[in-house]
Design a protein. Structure first.
Lengths: 117, 114
């Protein structure tokens, strides 16, 4: 069965520190997609990144970077030089690929990041 | 640029009462989803729809019903609310199915059942 584990429930850092949020997933599928979403204090979920199982290239977007390693079934998220505005709950999610069916997202438990000034 | 809009934002119910949560999207997306978010459990899929007039069960469908009479709207109903349904409910939509497309979420509805 598919499963996503975010072992870090809460992380607290001081502004400008780097922080890595861990995500480990389980799936028997060879084709799948991984996502990260951000949930700021206002409550909405904001899409950050999508990665398919055939693309292990790391990605960098400004202060954000993602490290995808199929060998360890991990899709970790690093924020460089964290800022107070990064304070949020971050969710990692796994999606089955089922043609012509709704794409079910399997979410991890979420990691609450607190960045203090 | 509304995206996905959920109403109401907050609601308090007494056990046994009924209510309907409305989700509306203006992106002409074919696929829509209802999730619930509980502390320490992430989001779990309740029901989803692959098109107008169609619905299907997700991971935790018991106690909920849904309808998709119009492409842009997806309704979630609670016929007889229970305290276990106290949660934050999120609606999402995606253009494509299959699991590879990005799901766009509404701002959520916080429901308390007393």
């Amino acid at each position: 069965a598919q499963k996503v584990t975010q072992a870090q429930t809460e992380i607290s850092v001081v502004e400008k520190e780097d922080v890595t949020l861990d995500c480990v997933y389980e799936t028997r599928d060879t084709t799948y997609y991984l996502f990260w979403y951000k949930q700021p204090p206002s409550g909405e979920l904001v899409f950050l990144i999508r990665r398919n199982s055939f693309d292990e290239q790391n990605e960098i977007s400004g202060r954000y970077s993602w490290n995808f390693q199929k060998s360890t079934s991990s899709f970790n998220f690093t924020i460089t030089a964290s800022q107070v505005v990064d304070s949020a709950v971050y969710f990692c999610a796994l999606s089955e690929v089922r043609y012509n069916q709704g794409g079910k997202l399997i979410f991890g438990q979420g990691t609450e990041l607190s960045v203090k000034p | 640029n509304a995206g996905v809009t959920q109403t109401p934002k907050f609601r308090v119910l007494k056990t046994g009462q009924s209510m309907t949560l409305l989700c509306a999207q203006d992106m002409n997306h074919e696929y829509m989803y209802w999730y619930r978010q509980d502390p320490g459990m992430g989001l779990r899929l309740i029901h989803y729809s692959v098109g107008e007039g169609t619905t299907a069960k997700g991971e935790v469908p018991d106690g909920y019903n849904v309808s998709r009479l119009k492409k842009q709207n997806f309704l979630l109903g609670l016929e007889s609310a229970a305290p276990s349904q106290t949660s934050v409910y999120f609606c999402a939509s995606s253009r494509l199915a299959g699991g590879w497309d990005i799901q766009y979420f509404g701002a959520g509805t916080r429901l308390s059942v007393l």
